[in-house]
Design a protein around this ligand. Structure first.
Ligand code: 5GP
Length: 139
C-alpha cells in the first residue's frame, strides 16, 4: 500500500482542484465535504501525505487531531448541534474512498438521520455559507 500523489486531496493541497476552505495552518487544511452527510460536514487533512492512519507519522497525527478537536468544537457551536460525529476510515474494506488521511467532522442533531456516505453533491454556495459559519465559531 503506497501513497499516490494523484489522489484528490493531494490535488486540493496543490491547488489543482478547488475546495471550500474552513481552516489552514502550516501543517493542516480543513474544507467542506462536497457530499455532506449533514450540514456542516467537513474534512481535516494533514499537508503531509499518508494513505491513512495506518501509515501516518505520529507527530503529524498529533497536530492533525488537535485541529480536529478545535473544528469539532467550532462545528458544534456553528450548527447548534447536539453531538459531533468524527470518523476516519482505513482502506477500502473499512470504507475509505480517498487515499490521503482525513478525518470527517459531522455535526449531529438528536433524532436527525445522516445522509449516505459519498452521496449527493451539495450546492457550492450552501457549502460556502456553512464554511463561514464554522469560521465565525472558530474566531
Ligand atoms: P472516505 O475516504 O473517508 O470514505 O471519504 C472521502 C470523503 O471525501 C467523502 O465523504 C466524499 O464525499 C469526500 N470527497 C470526495 N471527493 C471530494 C472532493 O473532490 N472534494 C471534497 N471537498 N470532498 C470530496
Amino acid at each position: 500500500m503506497t501513497y499516490d500523489t494523484n489522489n484528490i486531496f493531494a490535488k486540493i493541497l496543490r491547488g489543482e482542484i478547488p475546495c471550500v476552505k474552513v481552516y489552514e495552518d502550516e501543517d493542516t487544511l480543513a474544507f467542506m465535504d462536497v457530499m455532506p452527510q449533514a450540514p456542516g460536514h467537513l474534512l481535516v487533512i494533514p499537508k503531509t501525505g499518508s494513505r491513512n492512519l495506518l501509515d501516518a507519522d505520529p507527530q503529524v497525527l498529533a497536530k492533525t487531531i488537535t485541529v480536529v478537536q478545535r473544528l469539532a468544537v467550532a462545528a458544534r457551536a456553528a450548527f447548534d448541534a447536539d453531538g459531533v460525529y468524527v470518523a476516519q476510515f482505513n482502506e477500502p474494506a473499512a470504507g475509505q474512498t480517498v487515499f490521503h488521511l482525513h478525518f470527517h467532522i459531522v455535526p449531529r442533531k438528536e433524532g436527525e438521520q445522516t445522509k449516505p456516505h459519498s452521496g449527493a453533491m451539495a450546492d457550492g454556495e450552501l457549502l460556502k455559507a456553512h464554511a463561514e459559519k464554522i469560521k465565525a465559531a472558530l474566531a
